[in-house]
Design a binder for this molecule. Sequence first.
Ligand code: C2E
Ligand code: CA
Ligand code: CA
Length: 579
Amino acid sequence: MGMDEVPGARRRERLVQAWVKAIVGTAFVPGGRERVRAVVEDSLRRLAEALAAEPFEPAVGYHVGADLVAAEISAPQALGDTVALLSHELVPRLGITDPRAPKRLAMLLGRLAVGFTESMRSVALTAAEDINRAERAAWRDRQLRLNNRLQRALLCEQLTGLPNRARLTSRLDAVLEDPAIDRIGICLINLDTFKAVNDSFGHDNGDQVLRDVGHRLRAVAGRFGHFLAHLGGDEFVILVEDIVSADDMTKVADLALATLREPFRFNGHRVSLSASAGVVEQVTIDLQPAELLRTAEITLSWAKNHSRGRWATFDKDRYSSELHRQSLIKAMPRAIARGEFTLAYQPLVRLADRQVVGVEALARWNHPVHGAISPAQFIALAETTGLIEPLGRSLLERACRQAVTWRHFYDGPFLVSVNLAVAQLHDPDFAATVASTLDRTGLAPHELQLEITESAIIGVSDAVDVLHTLARSGVRLAIDDFGTGYSCLAYLAELPVHAVKLAPGFLAGIDDTEPGHRNTKILPTLIDLGHELDLTVTAEGVETQAQAERLTALGCDLGQGFHLGRPTTPAQVTELLGC
Ligand code: C2E
Ligand code: CA
Ligand code: CA
């Protein structure tokens, strides 16, 4: 017992402090914090005694409310905050376990509000010979608002009669503070198509279904003595406070989802629904209720994304990579505006004489916190969030400007090759964007090459239209990573492309290290085929001298790779060009 007294007293003290703060924070109170504290202590003691008293006397609440006003604690806000605070916190903070307590508390607080407002009115009326009509109307207004707030605070989960989010949170607070509990779990349950019920059968029937859901889940949770809460809408939580074996949580989730699969009957209708659940099990050390609920929400979204009607369990690695992903997505618009995205340039080398005849522009993001982020990752993120359009536009502009700078002092054959994301080709204005960029920067169309992957164009007819418009304007088009996608050669012949870039995979085994390697047959055929179609053939991923020599012997036009030049800064490209 001795051990329990300390946290118990601490919880009570926090409640007292919170209440004092609620009152002092709302309006000026004569006498200050110390006096309010005495009033609060006294009121709390009277309410706690009333909760346990036999017979139960709800009128105590009325007197407590009236006495608050007598003690000059009379701001309507103070009453609202008091009721909201006590309705959620009093029972858990005082460690009251009597199952009748919540209902009794609701009655006490209801009477408290009446006592408070009635004595305020009489205080106001006695002092109020000169209160004019307008002031009275404002007063009534305030009372009405107050009453609404009261209703909300007290009757929040009236629909199901289940503990609401605030009560779940304070329960979690208490559990997380309990030294005897080291692992807890929650199962967040959500109906998959509840909106359809509301839409097709009306809100009354929807409410009926939710009440039924509450009933069924109560049976599941009650079977094991678990705590069930209704967070509002169609969200419910089962809290498992004493995890014994590894499958405790999944057992609960299975039963919960199974019971919700049974058809619902209301007003002569019979409807089958399904529910999904996010299951989280964690050690209690350093855990915050809000964090636990958030992880449950994310886990639930995994279950829903996968396929509905099932549960998913929390996965730490997946969660942190998702957090990382989200923080990158959030950072991206500002990063675009601040110019955190830059371009590195990798030489495109003519194999016959090893002359640099162009560069591929490769996007780079140096995030101030996370450091260098791979373009494969941030391009994909930009595509899913729609940011690829502004990003792509700014990178294109930057690459063109840089190319013009080189052009000022270098007049050999030279082009800049810019990668396009799939989404950019689906923008019907894209060809116009390219044209205006060339116009603004002064780069000649044939000095710009756009790299597109096969998957971006296969079967997308408006993308093909955009390609034709671009080709007509004189811009060069290259198929990137050729051989990794559909590799539909016949299709290639139909497209207005000027170049293919062979994926690095075709270079494996061609440097005589593996004589019979299939690439020794495939690569020459691909190069010949490219030439047959009048295409410039570039080999990507050239990493060794032997590969470069073999490609030169096969007549491949251009090479790109670490052996021929790594992606680098504009200044170094200037040096490579020898000017
Ligand atoms: P990609 O277009 O196939 O670009 C070539 C990638 O291979 C680059 O990686 C480059 O650094 C790397 N690479 C070059 N030579 C070698 C080599 O010899 N060996 C090996 N192992 N790798 C080599 P990076 O820069 O990480 O870019 C990855 C992908 O990100 C690019 O693949 C492209 O699909 C995409 N990307 C990069 N910049 C942009 C951009 O501005 N816009 C769009 N839409 N996508 C971009
Ligand atoms: Ca590329
Ligand atoms: Ca490539």
